[in-house]
Write a protein that binds this ligand. Sequence first.
Ligand code: PMP
Length: 414
Amino acid sequence: MSAADAASAAFDAARVRADFPLLARRVHDKPLIYFDSANTAQKPAVVIEAVDRYYRQFNANVARAVHQLGSEATSAYEGARDRLARFVNASSRDEIVLTSGTTQAINLVAWSFALPRLGPGDEILVTTMEHHANIVPWQLVCERTGARLKVAPIDARGELVVADFVAALTPSVKLAAVTHVSNVLGTINPIAELARAARRRGIPLLVDGSQGAPHLPVDVRALGCDFYALTGHKLFGPTGTGALWARKEILAAMPPMFGGGEMIREVRFTGTTFADPPHRFEAGTPNIAGFVGLAAALDYLEALGAARVQAHEAALLDHLSRALRGVPGLHICGEAAHKVALVSFLVEGAHAHDLATLLDHEGVAVRSGHHCAHPLMQHLGVPATLRASLAFYNTHEEIEQFVAALVRVRRLLA
Ligand code: PMP
C-alpha cells in the first residue's frame, strides 16, 4: 500500500458523506453516485444550516442599517471576506472582491483592468485548455480595443507547453490568463513557474481558480500571480458566490465596473466619487446568504484537513484512472503528470451523451458535452467527452460501481 493509499484508507469517507444530505438520495431507484463535482459540488449540512440560520435569525441588508439585524448581517458578510482572505492567504482583506463567481470575477478584470489599458497591437495570452469564462471576456475586450488573443499550446498529454508559454510572453502581451486546473483534462498548471516568468517581463497574470481551489491549497503570495478568481459553488458553498483576489495596488488603480449603491463615497449630480476597493466593485445588495454559506463551507474544509483530503483524492484518481484504462476501447483525454481527481474520456462506438443518459439510469451523475471549452474540444478533435469528476466525499466502492455500470451500459449501445 502506498503512503497515499494508506492516508486514503485512513480518511473516513463514510463519516464525511454523512455530512452531505444529498448524497443519501436515490436516483432512478439506485443509490446516487455523484461524479459531477467539477460542475458543482454538493453542500454539507453546515452550509445549508448557515444559510437557513441567516434567513431565520438575522436577514437584513448590509452596510446600511444601524439596527441590530443590519449589524449582524454586515459582520457575517464581511466575515466571509476575512474567511476568503485567509483561504487564499491574501495580505489584506481589502484584496478580496466578492463576486457572483469566477465568471464575474474575470469579467471585472476584463472590463476594469484590461479594457482601459489595451490598444491595437496589444495581446492577451491564454492557453488551449481554457474554459469559455477565461476566453470570451478577453475576446470582448479585444473587439473593443483592437488587441489580439494569443494562445499557448498544450501537448499530447494535455500539459501546457511551458517553454512555448514563456516564449509567447513578448512585449506586446499586456495580460496573461491561465487556468489553475483544467476542467476537462484535470491538468494542474505550474502557476508559480508561469507567474515568475510573467513577473520578470512585467506582465500581469490572472489565474482562473475555479477548479484549483476545491482541490489544491491556494496561497496567492506563494503562487505569485496578480489576480486569482474562484467560485463558491464548486467549493462546497452556495451558487452565486465567488471572489476575485487581486493585489491592493492593482485594485486601487481599477475604475468601477458597475455603479449603484454601496460603491460610492459621495454622489452629486455634478459627479460621483467612489469607495475604496473592494467595495468600489460591489454595487448593490450582494448575495449575503450565499456568502454566509460560503464562509461555513471554508470552515468545514479547513476542519477536514487539506492534506488528508488531498491524499484521499489522489488515491481516488489513481484508482479511477487504472479502472478506466482497463475498459477496452476507452480513451482517456488528459494524462498529465499532475492532475486533480477528474477524468475525461471517450468510448469507441458510443456517444458521450448516450452513455451519460444510460449511466443516469444507473444512478450515476457524470457530465457529457463540451464542458464550456469549445477550443479545447476542437484541439482534441472531438465534439464531446464524458467526464467523471470526484470530490473527497467519493469512495473507492463508488468507482468500482461506476466502472461496472459503464461496462454494462456500453453493451446496450454495441
Ligand atoms: N473556469 C473554469 C475552469 C470552470 O470550470 C468554470 C465552471 N465550470 C468556470 C470558469 C466558471 O465558473 P462560474 O460559472 O461559477 O462562474
